[in-house]
Design a binder for this molecule. Sequence first.
Ligand code: H2U
Length: 347
Amino acid sequence: MSLLSDKSHRRYNPLLGEWVLVSPHRGKRPWQGQQEAPASNAAASYDDKCYLCPGNTRITGDTNPAYTGTYVFQNDFPALQNEGDSSADELREPDPLFHYRAVTGESRVICFSPDHSKSLPQLSCAEIVGVINTWTTQMAELAQHYQWVQVFENKGAVMGCSNPHPHGQIWAQNQLPTEAAKIDANLKAYQLKYDNNLLLDYVARELESGERLVDVNDDWVTLVPFWACWPFELMLLPRFKVEDFGQLSTAQKASLAEILKASLSRYDNLFQCSFPYSMGWRTAPFNAENNQHWQLHAVFFPPLLRSASVKKFMVGYEMLAEAQRDITPEQAAQRLRDCSTTHYLES
Ligand code: H2U
């Protein structure tokens, strides 16, 4: 294993069909660059200035109800719109240099909890099940109209999150977006070639090796993928065949809540801060095709590298040539395994 732990090498991401440069020997380089302000949770359970707190008025003048669990509303500044007839545009002969398409969709905001001061790992398992149930019903509803439903969360100012109130977003659109189309094609090609599901094969191999695992229960696994780009990137994978949230049993949702709470607590414990990340769920597209090549899973992309204040920048080489990382995925998994699953603010 010395190539994978000591020497620069490239690893292949079979989902995206892309490579990442791994440079384990760079871990000790000095840092005199930008420091982030360490993120902490908001102190108060209610903030009268917050647009997302129960009973408060949003920027448009709409008032949030006095919600007690999760709360979903149409984004007041949606990135996707479901207006207009796009058929005329679809018929145009594409111009090779100025190619465009109309897109229709919807953007929603989902508040995870009425408590302004809590983040996902600080919610109880029952409250996290409430979030999972909301993801499930939202997906089912939007799947009636759109083939791609993207559930995601930007957490922390460093990830562009505009408000500390625990919340995520759901964007749905009528076409497969770029990443989803790449993943769909790669999963399909693997299924055709090996007559097996890529992510089911992958999770079995990772369980066998153990070196990149973080948390494991009867139904789910969190691990640092072999091809991870971000320093402490995580993938959350089921150990059984499942294509979307609608197929999960009550017990599988309960064990999902448990592993989310455990692994996200490890994240916050790593640098004793509210660990920033962008996370999201990938489910089979809602396109009425045979999607046996798909497997429901989540990915977490956190930017912090050395401490609560020093992050990884995906800049020069990454923008121009290829993603690059310093500590190895195996070292990152070990660091996360060394952290407690009890949140530092609860212990
Ligand atoms: P982010 O924190 O990830 O930016 O998500 C918050 C979303 O909430 C953002 O997309 C929306 C913003 O448009 N929002 C409203 O829809 N209404 C508001 O009154 C405030 C914020």
